[in-house]
Design a protein around this ligand. Structure first.
Ligand code: FES
Length: 205
């Protein structure tokens, strides 16, 4: 009897040990500070979440598309310390004490690509515009570093972006021309670089 009781006790102990091993690690509430479009914000994370969730659900500053998890088209791109990243793929814990810039801080109103609005109407307005904020952020970051890219180079910088409305070509042209005009160059002065509207869509459509 004693042996059976000892075995039962040992079994119960083993069960407890297994349960302890398989339990999900507890997420400790974590307070973090980040700068969003020039304003310092503080939030408390109660669980794992993405930077996109943080901007959209907690801070209410995200005005663009929120795509299903795992189906990122690049529309959620933001600048993290000046580097374009898809916000849905960044763990919110990674942004503590860092600078996040949303598309609405780099858009036409912010003066980074002042000719963009006009270029957009010249090359054709995107159909739904969902992809535009992300492409704008990526293009603006790229144009800030590379002063005179070719259209092909800008297309390469936007390779992770997808336009579901097959408007990638006109959007690329508008971004390229707005970037060129910002530097006071006429697009057709860049021999072999600027092309007419209707150039083939990029690595994505
Ligand atoms: S214009 Fe609709 S996704 Fe690009």
């Amino acid at each position: 009897m004693k042996t059976v009781a000892r075995r039962r006790q040992a079994g119960r102990g083993a069960g407890r040990r297994t349960a302890a091993r398989t339990a999900a690690p507890a997420f400790l509430p974590h307070r973090l500070r980040l700068r969003v479009d020039g304003v310092w914000r503080e939030v408390e994370l109660a669980g794992a979440e993405s930077l996109l969730d943080l901007l959209h659900q907690r801070l209410g500053v995200w005005r663009g598309a929120v795509e299903p998890l795992g189906d990122c088209t690049g529309a959620c791109a933001v600048l993290l310390d000046g580097v374009a990243v898809p916000a849905c793929r960044v763990n919110a814990l990674e942004v503590a004490e860092r600078e996040v810039t949303t598309p609405w801080a780099v858009g036409p109103g912010a003066g980074l690509l002042p000719g963009l609005r006009e270029a957009m109407s010249r090359f054709g307005t995107p159909q739904c515009g969902r992809c535009l904020p992300g492409m704008l952020v990526t293009a603006a970051a790229y144009l800030a570093k590379i002063r005179n890219p070719t259209e092909e180079e800008l297309r390469g910088a936007l390779a992770d972006h997808r336009c579901e409305c097959a408007a990638f070509g006109p959007i690329l042209q508008a971004l390229f021309n707005a970037g060129v005009e910002r530097r006071g160059l006429r697009p057709d002065a860049l021999s072999g670089q600027a092309r007419g509207p209707g150039a083939a869509g990029g690595g994505t459509t």
